[in-house]
Design a protein around this ligand. Structure first.
Ligand code: BTN
Length: 272
């Protein structure tokens, strides 16, 4: 197995690895990538850490990042309109899912962009956008963080085993991190290159997802909604059929429900 280094990563010749930084240990690749983005680093800047000491997930949650995982952040300077930035989340999810299938892991996407195997999380994606001001000109960038539970045991992650899984556990052996990174960058690049054709990206998202058709619960604006996830809109919002009608969710955290898992919440739906 080849170690991840600027040289081995450079040999992949990926347009998403034009500038590469590799750290033994770093607080968070996301923070470092953002720092580089603000300083003007080009599209395709990749930050990798063997260990993160302050990895973070969505909604400000801590993200356990011990040795053996693939913890990366990418700086993207989309050529497409900034208004398309909100599409990066689902586009990246499709790329990451395809990369996992390529190495033999049959992962599915939980809306908007968690990667699960058998209901357990194997990978998380954090897409954040920002604007950099240079001489009065605004330049948009996005930082895309991907955390893959690769050569780890679920118990290494310090969360309940029933919630997480790892590539090692799913394949029964370790994966070459350079090969995993190659598959990841090549699939991300292919998907990001067709973000303008979002209908096609969402078609693949639909084929790879495990949320549509499920009963789900979401907490937003201080209330809890339950309903059935029926489809995505053209911009990737989740359509939830509740007893109050159809609700569009643009972001947030949903929980898949199983039969008999309903709360007695006043806003909870019936019949779904
Ligand atoms: C989530 O599911 O909540 C998103 C998790 C994203 C984790 C990755 S690991 C690499 C990058 N650096 C971070 O601090 N977070 C992201």
């Amino acid at each position: 197995m080849k170690a991840l280094s600027p040289e081995t990563i450079g040999s992949l010749k990926s347009p998403l690895a034009c500038v590469v930084e590799v750290y033994e240990a770093l607080g968070s690749t996301q923070e470092r990538a953002r720092e580089l983005a603000r300083a003007g680093t080009p599209h395709g800047t990749l930050v990798v850490a063997r260990v993160q000491t302050g990895g973070r997930g969505r909604l400000g949650r801590p993200w356990g990042s011990p040795e053996g995982g693939l913890w990366i952040s990418l700086v993207l300077r989309p050529e497409f309109r900034a208004s398309l930035a909100s599409r990066i989340t689902q586009t990246a999810a499709v790329g990451v899912a395809k990369a996992l299938w390529e190495i033999g892991v049959e992962a599915s996407i939980k809306w908007p962009n968690d990667l699960l195997v058998g209901g357990k999380k194997i990978c998380g994606i954090l897409a954040e956008s920002g604007t950099q001001n240079i001489a009065g000109r605004s330049l948009d960038y996005a930082v895309l963080g991907v955390g893959m539970n690769a050569n780890l045991d679920p118990s290494d992650l310090g969360v309940a085993d029933r919630k997480v899984t790892t590539i090692r556990f799913e394949l029964g052996h370790d994966v070459d991190l350079l090969e995993l990174l190659r598959a990841l960058l090549s699939n991300l690049d292919a998907e990001l290159n067709r973000i303008e054709d979002f209908g096609a990206v969402l078609e693949d998202w639909r084929n790879l997802n495990c949320t549509l058709g499920e009963r789900v619960r979401v907490r937003r604006f201080g209330e809890t909604l339950e309903g059935r996830a029926v489809d995505l809109t053209r911009e990737g919002a989740l359509l939830l059929a509740t007893h109050r009608g159809t609700v569009e969710l643009f972001e947030g955290e949903i929980e898949h429900l199983r039969q008999g898992d309903r709360t007695g919440d006043s806003s909870a739906s019936g019949g779904y």
